[in-house]
Structures are given as structure tokens and as C-alpha cells.
Design a protein around this ligand. Structure first.
Ligand code: PSU
Ligand code: MN
Length: 308
């Protein structure tokens, strides 16, 4: 059992035992996704927003080889300061980090794994990994997609960045039976912008209906995850031309430099940040807050359904 490698924070454990709503949060967004100190400030604010909306936050990471569901302020600060010196941990990295007693910042994939082990069903983040542009030759497809196919956790995100091939990402999710739900939209949002030009499978307009769909999926025995795409609020969304130009430049530089494997996504994210300055960071922070609110409300609806 993987559980012998798992530590659940007391507050999270109590909430789960009482059937109260809990929302999981990832740590790669802290170590690799934003600069210090904004990363730590954001992570703590996100936890606060989840509490204000009636749920208990569980930030997830690997520390000293232990799988952690629920971090202290000090642990979040440690990950934020350590930044990219902490290993970015996806599914294939977990056994090595645990066996060697190392630290790891969890991606969407590993956050889902650890959340599920702990008994947490709802997870809020910014963007998910997907099929990279040029994947027809590089085969670079994020392990996040495979995890969505197999692990029963609802992931609330702001869509995916167009560093990815969004069309192929949707095809992959369709093949693997992952429902992609637009929250109050028929269109897949592209993280910094509300529109991508790609339609989602379904539109749902309330936390209650999101919870019911996920509940039914599990109750039917279908298993696997569900992706909820919640568009960035209009007032924080970026100009599509500005952000797409930066993304194209970042993708072309990554190609020139031969960046590959697990370095690709962090390289592209850092490059986009450099090219667009503080604007993209401010948008990034706001969309995570927005997703945390929806996830907390949905977790509360799911907890109510599970009690029936
Ligand atoms: N995309 C973003 N922001 C992020 C990530 C992706 O817009 O922070 C991070 C997430 O942790 C995601 C991971 O799970 O990168 C995907 O990495 P890869 O493409 O190497 O699977
Ligand atoms: Mn990859």
C-alpha cells in the first residue's frame, strides 16, 4: 500500500473523517510556476480563499521522501524559496524520490495521485499539462493527461496554455474518456485568455452540477478524473495577440536550444514570464484564486452528495 508513505496533516485528516470538503493544491506551481516571494504569498492566499469558501486546503508535495497531503506555512515557504532546485515530480519520479528520501514539487499528475490516496476528490490549479506542439515527432505528452484518464480526482483549471497543441490535447482526453467541462462556457479557455477557438465537450453552470457529474461518474464505476476549465475573469485576461506572440517566441527558442523532457514546460513558462513581465504573473495569480473559489464550492456540494 502506498498509504504507508503518506502523511496527512491533522486538520485535513479531521475534515476528511467528518465528511467535510477538502481541496487539494499542487506545489510545482509554487516552485516552478512563479517567482519568490509571489509564489509563497499566492500559495498562502489560495489556502485562505479555500477556507473562506468553506473547505479545508491541502497543499501537496513530497518532503524528505514522504508524500504530504497538507503542508505547514513553513513547508510552503521552504518550497517557494527552493524554487527550481526542488525536483519537479511527475508519476515516474515518485518511486525514486521516495526511495531516496528526497523532496519533490508535485505536478497535476502527482497531486492527483496523492490527493486520491488521501481521499480528496477536488483539486484546484492554474494550468494543466497536455500534448505539446510538435508532439507528432517529439511524443511530448504530459503525464497529467494519463493521470486524468485513470485517477478519480476533479481538476479545476483555467484551461491550458497555448504553449500546447490544444486541439490534440482535447483529442487525447476524448480518447481516454476524460470529460472536459467548460464552466459557464462552451469554449476551452487558454489560461491567459477566455477563448482558444476550441469547443469543450460540455458546459456546466453551477458547482452543484459539477459535483453531481463527478459523483455520478464514480458511482457508475467509470473511475478516472474530470477536467473543469474555468475561464480567467474578464478584467484580468490578457490581450490575445500580446500573449500569443510571447508564446510563439518561447516555443521557437525552446526548439532552437533543444530543450526537452521535463524541462520543456518550466522553460516555456519562465520565458513567457520574461517576455510579458509582471502582466502575465498578475493574471496567473488571479486565475488561481478564481479556480480555488470554484473548487471549494464544488467540494462542498460533493461532500453534501456523499452524505446522502
Ligand atoms: N502549465 C501551466 N502552469 C504550470 C504547469 C503547467 O500553465 O505550472 C505545471 C503543472 O504542475 C503541470 C506541469 O502539471 O507543469 C506539467 O509538466 P509536464 O508538461 O512536464 O508534464
Ligand atoms: Mn513532457
Amino acid at each position: 500500500m502506498m498509504n504507508k508513505y503518506l502523511d496527512i496533516a491533522p486538520e485535513v485528516q479531521e475534515a476528511l473523517a467528518a465528511g467535510k470538503p477538502v481541496v487539494a493544491l499542487e506545489s510545482t506551481i509554487i516552485s516552478h510556476g512563479m517567482p519568490y516571494p509571489q509564489n509563497v504569498e499566492t500559495a498562502l492566499q489560495v489556502e485562505g480563499i479555500i477556507r473562506e469558501n468553506g473547505a479545508v486546503p491541502a497543499t501537496i508535495a513530497v518532503l524528505g521522501g514522504r508524500l504530504k497531503a497538507g503542508l505547514s506555512k513553513e513547508e510552503i515557504d521552504y518550497l517557494g524559496k527552493a524554487g527550481t532546485s526542488v525536483a519537479k515530480a511527475s508519476r515516474r519520479d515518485l518511486p525514486v524520490l521516495v526511495a531516496e528520501g528526497r523532496d519533490g514539487a508535485t505536478t497535476v499528475a502527482t497531486t492527483m495521485i496523492i490527493a486520491h490516496l488521501a481521499g480528496i476528490s477536488v483539486f484546484a490549479t492554474g494550468g494543466v499539462g497536455g500534448v505539446h506542439r510538435g508532439a507528432e515527432t517529439t511524443m511530448d505528452i504530459s503525464a497529467d493527461l494519463e493521470e486524468l484518464a485513470r485517477t478519480p480526482v476533479m481538476v479545476v483549471c483555467a484551461g491550458a496554455k497555448s504553449i500546447l497543441d490544444l486541439g490534440l490535447t482535447l483529442e487525447y482526453l476524448e480518447t481516454h474518456g476524460v470529460p472536459v467541462i467548460g464552466y459557464e462556457t462552451e469554449e476551452l479557455p487558454a489560461f491567459y485568455t477566455r477563448k482558444s477557438g476550441f469547443r469543450v465537450d460540455y458546459r456546466i453552470d453551477s458547482p452543484e452540477a459539477l459535483a453531481k457529474t463527478f459523483y455520478v461518474k464514480q458511482d457508475m464505476g467509470l473511475g478516472g478524473g474530470m477536467l473543469v476549465a474555468n475561464p480567467i475573469p474578464e478584467e484580468y485576461s490578457m490581450d490575445a495577440d500580446v500573449i500569443n506572440k510571447a508564446i510563439d517566441e518561447a516555443v521557437s527558442e525552446a526548439k532552437t536550444l533543444g530543450i526537452h523532457g521535463k524541462d520543456t514546460t518550466p522553460f516555456l513558462l519562465a520565458k513567457i514570464k520574461d517576455l510579458t513581465g509582471g502582466d502575465s504573473l498578475a493574471s496567473n495569480i488571479q486565475l488561481v484564486f478564481h479556480n480555488a473559489r470554484l473548487a471549494a464550492k464544488t467540494a462542498a456540494e460533493l461532500a453534501a452528495l456523499a452524505k446522502k
